[in-house]
Design a protein around this ligand. Structure first.
Ligand code: PLP
Length: 400
């Protein structure tokens, strides 16, 4: 097999895959079929927090695989129970629901919000989301996603979804009404290009929901689980939602989604109201639990804050050298992005970086996104900066 072989002639063509086939990973690197190593600033798109093939995660998975793999959610099992306990202890939420992905976590949150209103005899079914949002590809999550390209051709989408402009406090107060079941916000919009919500926008969201009796749901699927140097990105704004959704990094690469809820909304979903066959099965839960233990012992939040500052400084230096090519960086911790000038083909940057052995990925139409493993080291940031400097230098002469 050669590295130029893109695995799977029989795979459905719904991804524009890069011409590389990875066979293994180690720490912050991926290794292709020809044995070539790539520094990974994608991490499965903000997934592999502890990097690839972490020995402790591998051990936890192997131990669980040889103990209990599946037993249906009609029975209890230790990994899900212990993971729920651990998440509630760390976050201050009261109940956890587990599923397999971010989209499913958002579906659960949307259903919980509507069912809560129904149980209270209220006719409020509307879900308000933000301009530029991305909440997933299932039909409900897609209806909450403000992206015409992703929605095109899939009509009819579920009804009852509206959008309010992101970071517009004034419009927010008018958008949330007695018809609103929930307001759904990404504290840092990821897919649309790494756009952090302003603290006063998130605080206004809390106030608007309280005033209207609606639920506040934060989607921390990409920005949560420590990516910004705190467990949740919303902690930076000193505000708390009623419901939060997680996925991506939670099990360090194994498929899991989670919805965490405060006690006062927990009884909205009763037995039979919602469910999943595989959600919260023992192996992903065991991996997530080990991940959460390790992030504490490694003091990962401190490390992310330090590495985030280095990454931001490196991207700022690149902006200062190439102000006509990229913007100043946006983001927090190890979730950063820059806008690429409209005259430059962004895919050409991604390809040229990969040819130099560094993986980066686009976000939105015109941004580059940097979401490395949270264990990234200073020398990795230097390697990224040098590669970006070469690539931008080839595309555009730096300003002297
Ligand atoms: N919500 C956010 C903020 C995301 O970034 C994503 C995925 O990128 C999703 C939801 C959907 O998650 P999944 O792809 O696991 O369904």
């Amino acid at each position: 097999m050669s590295a130029t072989h893109t695995a799977g002639a029989h795979l459905l063509g719904n991804y524009a895959r890069a011409p590389v086939t990875f066979v293994s990973g180690e720490g912050c690197e991926l290794i292709d079929a020809d044995g070539r190593r790539y520094l990974d600033f994608v991490a499965g798109i903000a997934v592999c927090a502890l990097g690839h093939a972490h020995p402790e995660i591998a051990k936890a998975v192997a131990r669980q695989a040889s103990t209990l793999v599946q037993c249906s959610n009609y029975y209890g099992h230790e990994p899900a129970g212990r993971l729920a306990d651990k998440l509630c202890e760390i976050t201050g939420f009261d109940r956890a629901f587990f599923c397999n992905s971010g989209s499913e976590a958002n579906e659960a949150a949307i259903k919980l919000a509507r069912k809560r209103a129904f149980r209270r005899g209220e006719s409020r079914a509307e879900i308000v989301a933000c301009s530029g949002s991305f909440h997933g590809r299932t039909l409900g999550a897609l209806a909450a996603t403000d992206n015409a390209r992703y929605q095109e051709g899939f009509a009819p989408l579920p009804l009852g979804f509206r959008f309010t402009p992101f970071n517009d406090v004034e419009r927010l107060a008018r958008a949330v009404t007695e018809k609103t079941a929930a307001l759904l916000i990404e504290p840092i919009q990821g897919e649309s290009g790494i756009h952090p919500a302003d603290a006063d926008f998130l605080q206004a969201a809390r106030a608007a929901c309280d005033a209207a009796g609606a639920l506040l749901i934060f989607d921390e699927i990409q920005c949560g689980t420590g990516r910004t140097g705190r467990f949740f990105a919303f902690e930076h704004a000193n505000v708390r939602p009623d419901v939060v959704t997680l996925a991506k990094a939670l099990a360090n690469g194994l498929p899991i989604g989670a919805m965490l809820v405060a006690e006062h909304v927990a009884d909205a979903l009763q037995p039979g109201d919602h469910g999943t066959t595989f959600g919260g099965s023992p192996i992903p839960c065991a991996a997530a639990l080990r991940h959460l233990e390790l992030r504490e012992s490694l003091r990962l939040d401190d490390h992310v804050r330090r590495m985030g500052a280095l990454l931001s400084a490196a991207l700022t230096r690149l902006y200062e050298r190439f102000p006509d090519a990229i913007s100043m960086p946006r983001g927090m911790g190890l979730m950063q992005g820059v806008t690429v000038d409209s005259g430059i083909e962004i895919a050409a940057i991604v390809d040229a970086m990969r040819e130099r052995g560094v993986l980066v990925i686009c976000a939105g139409r015109n941004s580059l996104r940097f979401v490395p493993p949270l264990l990234v080291q200073p020398e990795h940031v230097q390697t990224l900066e040098r590669a970006m400097e070469d690539v931008l230098g080839e595309i555009q002469a730096p300003r002297s």
